[in-house]
Unconditional design. Sequence first.
Lengths: 480, 480, 439, 439
Amino acid sequence: MTIFEISKSNRIGYELPENNINDFDLNLPEHLIRKEDPKLPQVSEVDVVRHYTNLAAKNYAVDVGFYPLGSCTMKYNPKINEKIANLEGFSMIHPFQPHETTQGALKLMFELKEMLCEITGMDDMTLIPSAGAHGELTGMLIARAYHLSRGDTKRTKAIVPDSAHGTNPASAAMAGFEVVEIKSGPDGRVDLEELKNALDENVAVLMLTNPNTLGLFEKDILKISEMVHEKGALLYYDGANLNALLGITRPGDMGFDIVHLNLHKTFSTPHGMGGPGSGPVGVKKHLAKFLPIPEIVKENEEYKLNYNKPDSIGFIRSNYGNFSVMVRAYTYLKTMGKDGLKKVGQMAVLNANYLRKKVEKIMEIAYPDFCMHEFVSTCEKFTKETGVKALDIAKRLLDYGVHAPTMYFPLIVHEDFMIEPTETESKDTLDKFAEILSKIFEEAKENPDFVKNAPYNTPVRRLDDVSASRKPVFRFNFGK
Amino acid sequence: MTIFEISKSNRIGYELPENNINDFDLNLPEHLIRKEDPKLPQVSEVDVVRHYTNLAAKNYAVDVGFYPLGSCTMKYNPKINEKIANLEGFSMIHPFQPHETTQGALKLMFELKEMLCEITGMDDMTLIPSAGAHGELTGMLIARAYHLSRGDTKRTKAIVPDSAHGTNPASAAMAGFEVVEIKSGPDGRVDLEELKNALDENVAVLMLTNPNTLGLFEKDILKISEMVHEKGALLYYDGANLNALLGITRPGDMGFDIVHLNLHKTFSTPHGMGGPGSGPVGVKKHLAKFLPIPEIVKENEEYKLNYNKPDSIGFIRSNYGNFSVMVRAYTYLKTMGKDGLKKVGQMAVLNANYLRKKVEKIMEIAYPDFCMHEFVSTCEKFTKETGVKALDIAKRLLDYGVHAPTMYFPLIVHEDFMIEPTETESKDTLDKFAEILSKIFEEAKENPDFVKNAPYNTPVRRLDDVSASRKPVFRFNFGK
Amino acid sequence: MHRYIPHTPEEINEMLKEIGINSLEDLYVGVPRTIDDYNLENGKDEFTVKKELINLSKENKLFELENIFAGAGTYYHFIPTVVETLANNQRFVTAYTPYQAEVSQGTLQSLFEYQTMMCELTGMEVANSSMYDGATALAEAMLMAVRINNKTKILAASSINPEYLFTSRTYCTPQNIEIQEIKWDENGEVDINDLKNKIDSNTSAVVVGYPNFFGIIEDLKKIKEAIPENIIFIVVSEPISLSILEAPGKLGADIVVGEGQALGITPNFGGPGIGFFTTLEKYVRKMPGRIIGETKDVDGKKGYVMILQTREQHIRRARATSNICSNHALMALTNAIYMSVMGPSGLKKVAKMSYNAAHYLAKKLEEKGYKLTFKGPFFNEFVFNAGENYYERWKKLSENGILGPLPLEKSLPNFKNKALACCTEVNTKESIDNLLRHF
Amino acid sequence: MHRYIPHTPEEINEMLKEIGINSLEDLYVGVPRTIDDYNLENGKDEFTVKKELINLSKENKLFELENIFAGAGTYYHFIPTVVETLANNQRFVTAYTPYQAEVSQGTLQSLFEYQTMMCELTGMEVANSSMYDGATALAEAMLMAVRINNKTKILAASSINPEYLFTSRTYCTPQNIEIQEIKWDENGEVDINDLKNKIDSNTSAVVVGYPNFFGIIEDLKKIKEAIPENIIFIVVSEPISLSILEAPGKLGADIVVGEGQALGITPNFGGPGIGFFTTLEKYVRKMPGRIIGETKDVDGKKGYVMILQTREQHIRRARATSNICSNHALMALTNAIYMSVMGPSGLKKVAKMSYNAAHYLAKKLEEKGYKLTFKGPFFNEFVFNAGENYYERWKKLSENGILGPLPLEKSLPNFKNKALACCTEVNTKESIDNLLRHF
Ligand SMILES: Cc1ncc(COP(=O)(O)O)c(C=O)c1O
Ligand SMILES: Cc1ncc(COP(=O)(O)O)c(C=O)c1O
């Protein structure tokens, strides 16, 4: 039942204090005065409580169980971080208060930026971007500004591997680049020949994620960096997969010029049903002046915002980004420290390789090699034999109370699962997952239709998303 | 799965700060030093989070839906009350801080006591009792002290109607009284003849709840009061049902000498899976000196605790009671005020009578009369005909996502439901409940076995509580 | 190991064995080790971290709600506790994008309901399930208008939030979209003549605020009448005001965007808020962002899924309608809960109280001889000449526990000593009178 | 109507009609209307109430954790945030007693696990699912002992918490149970000779603290050896200490009770905490309080239910083992979550850190010439002579932000200028050194 169906005319869920101020007439032309109330729900407080409590119960979440969604780093979201972010001293301040009255917030941002620079090996950073994709756009705009600042107007192209996350080409396009896709090599990594052919004077930037979306480390990264820089282009790092490298190496050390991070992945801030996140962008020194406005600076022990950046790409959103997400990430970094971060990286990679070993007994591993924090497995052959698709297996996993891995991504593997366990999962959980997966394949062999019709034990059964898009219903229909 | 089965040796979920203090040896005889660690769980933080999140999901609660548990007043528990109770200024203070440093808490308690005196029509009150039953014991001890203080040692009996809640006779017995049970009259109320016969010089007190546990108002209450007092006995009010009378009348006005309240019923504090509650006890002036220690007093605008009460029954527990429950009730009273409380009473009674009208089309109403905040219905005949018991109907209700009413209480009605909707439920909810109930009776007629085997859609199906008590398993068995 | 990392030493050994390696180092095949240790502190226990962070939070000054007269896109409204309690449910907070719809109905239904509410408020036919903020929502609206119209000029009122305009420029420039500004008139409203003069055959869209950055309620009808049919009419609005202002959808808007923070979200030092984005069905395939739609499961039971995903980056890649992936879903939930609690009458009351308070302040200021900069009708914000050295006086005010009307000179150089005053239902008569004592 | 009361005027009319009456007044058949209005204020909106209550809460002084040296039954320990987050889950908080077990497995399983943990800590066989507090748990333990033994004298060490003793007297007196106190010796331990002298054929039970109110760790073995087999040995204990002290169950205890507040519950100005209650299987039918047991459902699936209810008031009425009905279940849950997070090693570390801190403080005080009152081994509390006018000095200390060792003279008149010092893991070396500066 929707909240609109619970609604009853004249029921109320609020009360406001009186403010003793006389009523002022709406001093407006009649046609600007609203005639018909918006059909918002009219419910009592307990109605609201029950509605959302019952909706929440229909959600799977990290707090419910294993969530091996590849590329998304669904690690545990510590509760202390939530508590800190909700402190009024952080949540109730206005972005335009005198900066003397927000030194705590500015200091937090400044220190977070410094810590993230250290972790990425970059020289400067902005915390403003609201998510990974927003960071990508920011980074690509910086690349654009860089070349233009040198008067180099011919660099209209951005190279993106075919294994890249969809946001990469999309962001490159939004930043005004023509996207050149290069095919991955047989080992799932950048094919140096392909790259070489694509690299010309019109190339502004190569976007990579390392480990890439197959969970494989680009071993030739130093070579790649050399090739790219030799051609006068920049190297962009999609930091979605940084979890794998914590404590071992840094994008800056590998030759990347620009990097974006996902605080809502590596740095444990919760995904909030899809957001808000935060996508800081770090750059090497020569690109610092292009970072967006405003920048946080420290002058004589005072923290300030600097709006005077003539070479900047400009504003990329209002205010200073998703501050309360930064608070969570900062709390996490204080909690983990250098020793903890190292463990994070190691255990994330250990978990992925261990699970890979378990899964390879059940499904084919797309690129059977040591993986980093995640790996891709495929059931393409099995699908051909049985008609049971990766999608069906995924749905059946839900019946067993675990979330399905990412499906059908990266696009270069078919009928695939991209599995990322993260470091916060125990061996027991991984063993259990492998066991369930194995059981489902047995089920699928014995009774393919049974699995094709999964799930059975979920709040709703398999949903028809094809006709949902064909004859879309965008909103509740109140009838007339 | 229990938390003990999730546990893994050497896994940890905590970290403590170092305090730089040197280790001191345990300066103890060897036999007082623990040899074997308690087998507490060894889990990581995410294990704990998931375990309790998943357990919570298996609970029905007021925040999930309708909870018409008669006698329990399962009304909506406002969230603001929780927030206030969790303010550090209330939750983090020590009971033995200098009273100058806890004026806020003491003032709150003092004002709460004053407000509750006004609502009950009593002259003084203690907030110390931890729950209704604890309040009863306190009240009965006061009755005992009163008679003894007058040198009247022969009053060894307490009269309790057969419809009374089990805590009443139990509390009377704990206070040292012999319990005399009197039968209810044919109209479900105190039978004046019975009462008259039972009332002699050995009677210390008559315990009543009004409205009684059948949801019926004791119309003869003024007469009863007269009879009791004439015999030198006291009249005790079990305030569990006070919700019905809010805004209309007060126990003090009806002649009651002692009253206990359940803040976790009438005053909206949550039941917390069974507690903590709070059971303040109010008395008429002549009994004030017997109230337990300590008492809160106001002297020259300063709030204090007085431990010097020579006639008091003494301590009934440590500290000053369940303070944080009082904070919630205080917040509720500030929120409702006199105007709101009146609505509470009216709508609680309206809801019960409306639902009674709906239910009487499905089940027999035990005493078909106007009810107050609740009523009792029975399916005794139906059970004889079909073998389907009230218990079975109750279990089937769970399948429909509502909580069952109180069953098999009061003991004088059989195969009964005691139904209390409370004022926070809407007409829609009541209509829906009646509809479900009616549907279940249809089901039971058509297919008794089906209903006898309910529930089907709950986290577990019908549980065997008979053998659970016969061969009790008190604790998790770790094996050896 | 660590409270967030469950591995025991024994387990690590078993796992290494299963993998067939001897040490953790062996995992990093081909990865250059460039660091031994970050130049960072070691990790700390929760109690130490908590203490440090609480202390840090106290280095920010909190003003009593009633003493806050700052708006400019971030607003203080009363937020019922129930909003916070419900939106903090960890089954919402720790869920991800609803890729597996069958176990994400909580997310999906609440976002579907949010979309419905935003459609109701704006009078539009479709809403997406969120953008990052008002500024990016506007920037994306401009890109969308150009996708629809294929013309590269956009006319935007100078009176919209400067940060929104700047952001839009950042987004539009690489697409070779030109943003031309339209002047305001003495009312603080769009100068219709200037608008008419600047419209040409290359114009894709016209953008106005409703209310605009100065709080002025633009006459959308008049503006709509001034622009040719085929030009996309983009309205940047403020959701609370829409409970008393005619819905832009009824006045000819093609796209309505804005910042939704006012709907139950704490200010958070400016983020996260939420960008809302609504339009007409006919444009939906050009729309950025995720959309939730209603459907049925195999048993015919109602359910919700993400729809029209072929517009999005993960399928359309470089040709997607936007690069947006993670959005601000949790804020959409918060908005929906807030609107559920307040309902139409509550929202209207908030709007009316805000309106009254702002008008009371304006009246009193005028009585004291202060001049309002614009003559047009305003909602709950207005610009006035605050007198000499206002910037310094404003800082002083903050030392007295008042977050006064925001000085505009830092963002609008022509507005020296001008201030943007904001009132909402949190401001009492007493607090306003108290503020006035400083003027 | 009201945000907590959903009725609309139309609905009220429909409902009255269904009932067959004309007005709400008609509902109150036979009920005398004795009031028109309470002499109370009218109700207030949430924001006003919130503001008032926040201000009221600020009239209580908060001490920094490390500066708190007060215990005496209420302790400050670090409480991991996760405990609070999970225990505040509204599906626990707003549930009632698990009368319908099939939809209460969350409650039942967590209480069953709590019972198991308490059995483990105390070394006993059965635990109930909670009592109100330590004092009532002890009082009920005495009543239980008399039910078992049918003898009306109980010997209780004078060194147990005075409020527990007082409460026990209140409970025992009406049952004609006599409580005789046993003296302490110079160690602060039970005077074995006094104990032996007082035991007679009418003695049902012996009660001692472990640690006792003065922090002294009684030698349970020695005491057990001094009392005849058939006498019930009741130990009042403190759960944190039990992670390093031998379990009373291994030293002959028949009933172990105590206050569980230290296990993850905030002090709450003294309540709610929780009384824990454990005993041996052979006595279980005499035990007060609710017990949760394991069972199976009709499909053979494991589940939990309330068991042995025939002991309880709702069935046995006047002959029940106790009148307790509502208990402190939510606090039991909180205990269980805390113990789950801390585990055996965490609890032990807390105990050891508390022990160390208290011993450090004691040592330094002694170095300064202050005398400890007792010579016996202590856990994390000890009594010392704090010098002239300590009560006044203690109040002064609080003005300096220190909640110092509690003066005992108010509760124990013979203890003038004596104080009960308490340390836990929250006290740092620096804070102790700082406290010492005031001595
Ligand atoms: C590899 C990769 N790049 C970029 C992104 C985009 O990040 P966001 O969703 O925060 O915009 C993601 C997120 O799914 C990703 O996995
Ligand atoms: C009528 C009546 N009296 C007394 C009580 C006992 O109250 P408590 O459970 O708080 O001890 C109850 C509670 O169920 C009750 O309904």
